[in-house]
Design a protein around this ligand. Structure first.
Ligand code: SAM
Length: 231
């Protein structure tokens, strides 16, 4: 039996009512295999830019007897997926800037999906800004804890015209609005990181350092303000 980590399980649980899905940068193909075995999708595509994960995934798919339902494709970002081919597209476990670039390079494929499920490991603000500016609605966000780490997951639907992204977008509006049970811990960690950076730059006096310190102070104030909202 394939047991998913809480992060991948939260993603899997949200894939309901879709016939097809693609997992971009799937690595081990756990998610597509799990969804196929559970009957949650009729067809899943696992992609990866690296040959190693593609070959390992092929074996794992055979061992789990889901060859009829799960296909592995080798390729960069959304390139292996045709427009309209996958109703749900997952891009998880990568940095936010890489996720943004993958979406940007394959915007027509991204727009042809009914749902994007994105799990940036960092720089989630870059993903949120891209989504808003390119005409996607962020319909929900979730925080999932594994050991000491809290992961962010975003769900977005294509909505039409893009608009200017306002504000810092460092924490999801949905997370703040629903006072997510992990929000205070998540934001406190971010504030602590900023305090450490500011402390480490205490005696550095170049113009660049002064600018960075001021930026960090501004971010620290932002996190403290968010913390007051979610407590
Ligand atoms: N998505 C899985 C998860 O969340 O557990 C695996 C994440 S793993 C850390 C990142 C995977 O993305 C690696 O297997 C890597 O080869 C793949 N990857 C990195 N850049 C990619 C790109 N531009 N296109 C497709 N796959 C990529």
């Amino acid at each position: 039996m394939l047991i998913l980590t809480p992060r991948l399980k939260a993603i899997a649980n949200s894939i309901k009512g879709f016939d097809t899905m693609a997992d971009i940068g799937s690595d081990h193909a756990y998610l597509p295999i799990y969804l196929a075995r559970n009957g949650q999708v009729k067809k899943a595509i696992a992609t990866d830019v690296n040959r190693g994960p593609v070959e390992i995934s092929k074996d794992r798919i055979r061992n789990n007897e889901v060859q009829e339902k799960v296909e592995v494709r080798h390729g960069n970002g959304l390139e292996p997926i045709r427009q309209g081919e996958s109703e749900a597209i997952v891009i998880a476990g990568m940095g936010g800037m890489l996720i943004r670039d993958i979406l940007d390079n394959g915007v027509n494929v991204a727009k042809s999906a009914k749902m994007l499920i994105l799990q940036p490991m960092r720089d989630s603000d870059k993903v949120r800004k891209w989504l808003i500016e390119k005409g996607f609605d962020i319909i929900d966000e979730e925080l999932v804890k594994e050991q000491d780490r809290i992961y962010e997951i975003l769900w977005a639907e294509p909505s039409g015209e893009g608009k200017k992204a306002e504000g810092l977008m460092l924490v999801g509006d949905k997370i703040i609005q629903k006072k997510h049970p992990l929000a205070a811990e998540f934001v406190s960690k971010k504030a602590d990181e900023m305090e450490k950076v500011i402390a480490a730059m205490k005696d550095m006096d170049t113009e660049k350092c002064r600018e960075r310190r001021e930026e960090c102070k501004m971010l620290l104030n932002f996190y403290r303000e968010v913390l007051r909202c979610v407590q």
